[in-house]
Design a protein around this ligand. Structure first.
Ligand code: NAP
Ligand code: HSE
Length: 440
């Protein structure tokens, strides 16, 4: 019997995710190697600061502060890019792919911004690019779309794709906790991006939506082609209002495809979901994704969407796929890896065409006639009011008005917002949320 093949792995990045990969790969090595039929050697590790104290320790001799040295090292078979950002991460990824190596990435920002260049480099030089950890942490949603659901076209994919935001929203709703305290805790737990605005302003969810839209529809959508709104304007009062109305509030990515018109729409925004909707009840760092396929119907996936362990699980699953390719012949592609075959040249739907019911919160002067003025602005835009809740605002002499609408569209609501902002009786910037009437 011949000795099993030994595969050398280079970790570029040894922070939350990198240390998680080291920890779990080391702990489960024997079982993993026996399942895969190869030896896995964590040969080199790149960090910015070699002297930084770390919870998980790698031998000093394996550390470097030059990640490109790992990408260019002929002895390394699999390069895991776990640094983040789009500068050095892009250089390392492209360098490794140009050597025909397999790159494993958790970096959704990089894929969203440079996906076509990366995939082209992999295809040109015989490398492979795996990215299970880039969307929804430990949920194998990339594999589900590529492999398990390969028979389908996807009229709708929606869900919670950011663990930090879901953790913050849940803590605000359940504990009435102040936003800043909860964000600090999400950072301490290793959920948040180095630049937390990527999380709370919706960009991280948008990067992940872009990756899913590409897998499902074969087109690259940039974040400036989407509506992207974050969670920083949601207050505990919005949760109370939403509960009164029978809704929860979640930051969602929504990817819809109208096959008759051949139009695709990708958007990210806080959404009121009916309280009976399963995704409305997904709490904390958990993510959840509803995927509707034209063959299978609606399927639902849930699990931890961020953090060291869940993300390491996804990275190690890519290392396993990489091992299988290296063992059985790297020329082969995994199912769905050549995603350009799905490309259908669909158009982007104009954002103004989105139809929805809406939730509108206004702080107004508590005076006679104010509600009538607000209603008249909405009537001029043919926006029909479904319900009104009035309560005292924090400022004296002011009231909080919460209106929901019957189905309308973005064009009418944008015009409504513009005219409301111009009213002297409206005291601060109105908050507009969309209502997601999704059954599954
Ligand atoms: P992190 O804790 O900030 O770790 C980043 C690591 O990269 C650190 O070890 C850092 O070195 C190293 N690094 C950064 N720039 C470098 C450079 N120029 N040269 C060498 N090393 C460099 O980040 P993370 O949370 O592990 O996230 C890593 C990636 O995974 C990101 O793309 C992120 O979006 C993605 N991701 C994260 C999670 C999560 O839950 N955290 C989940 C899914 C995906 P030092 O330690 O010396 O500073
Ligand atoms: N910051 C990201 C989140 C990490 O909170 O979801 C996982 O991609």
């Amino acid at each position: 019997m011949t000795d099993p093949l030994t595969l050398n792995i280079g970790l570029c990045g040894f922070g939350t995710v990198g240390q998680g990969v080291w920890k779990h790969l080391s702990a489960n090595r024997a079982e993993l190697e026996s399942r895969l039929g190869v030896k896995l050697n964590l040969a080199r590790v790149a960090v910015r600061d070699r002297k930084k104290p770390r919870t998980v320790k790698a031998p000093a001799a394996r550390l470097t502060d030059d990640p490109l040295a790992i990408a260019n090292d002929p002895s390394i078979d699999i390069v895991c890019e776990l640094m983040g950002g789009t500068t050095i991460a892009r250089q390392v990824t492209l360098a490794a792919l140009r050597h025909g190596k397999i790159v494993v990435s958790a970096n959704k920002a990089l894929i969203c911004e440079h996906g076509p260049e990366i995939i082209a480099a992999a295809q040109k030089h015989g490398g492979h690019f795996f990215f299970e950890a880039s969307v929804a942490g430990g949920i194998p949603i990339i594999k589900a779309l590529r492999e398990g659901l390969v028979a389908n076209r996807f009229p709708r994919i929606y869900g919670i794709l950011n663990g930090t935001c879901n953790y913050i929203l849940t803590q605000m709703e359940d504990q009435d906790a102040p936003y800043a305290d909860v964000l600090a805790e999400a950072k301490r737990l290793g959920y948040a991006e180095a630049d937390e605005s990527l999380d709370v302003d919706g960009w991280d969810t948008a990067h992940k939506a872009s990756v899913l839209a590409w897998l499902a529809h074969g087109v690259w959508i940039k974040t400036d082609q989407m509506i992207v709104e974050g969670i920083s304007r949601i207050t505990p009062a919005d949760f109370k209002n939403a509960t009164t109305l029978g809704f929860g509030i979640k930051l969602l990515a929504i990817i819809t495809r109208d096959f008759a018109k051949n139009e695709l729409c990708v958007r990210v925004h806080p959404t009121l979901l009916p309280e009976g909707n399963v995704i409305a009840n997904v709490s904390g760092v958990f993510n959840a994704i509803s995927v509707t396929g034209d063959v299978v119907g609606t399927t639902l996936y849930s699990g931890r969407g961020a953090g060291q362990d869940a993300t390491a699980s996804a990275v190690i699953s890519d290392i396993a796929d990489a091992s299988s390719l290296l063992k059985h012949g790297k020329g082969a592609h995994l199912i769905g890896e050549a995603t350009e075959i799905r490309s259908s040249g669909c158009r982007l739907a104009p954002p103004e065409s989105i139809r929805s019911r809406y939730y509108l919160r206004l702080t107004v002067k508590d005076q006679p006639g104010v509600l009538a003025r607000v209603a008249s602005v909405m009537a001029r835009q043919h926006v029909s009011i479904a319900s009104v809740i009035q309560s005292p605002a924090e400022t004296s002499g002011a009231a909080s008005l919460v209106l929901t609408t019957h189905e309308s569209n973005e064009r009418a609501m944008r015009a409504t917002l513009k005219q409301l902002r111009a009213l002297s009786s409206v005291l601060d910037d109105p908050l507009l949320l969309r209502i997601g009437d999704f059954e599954g």
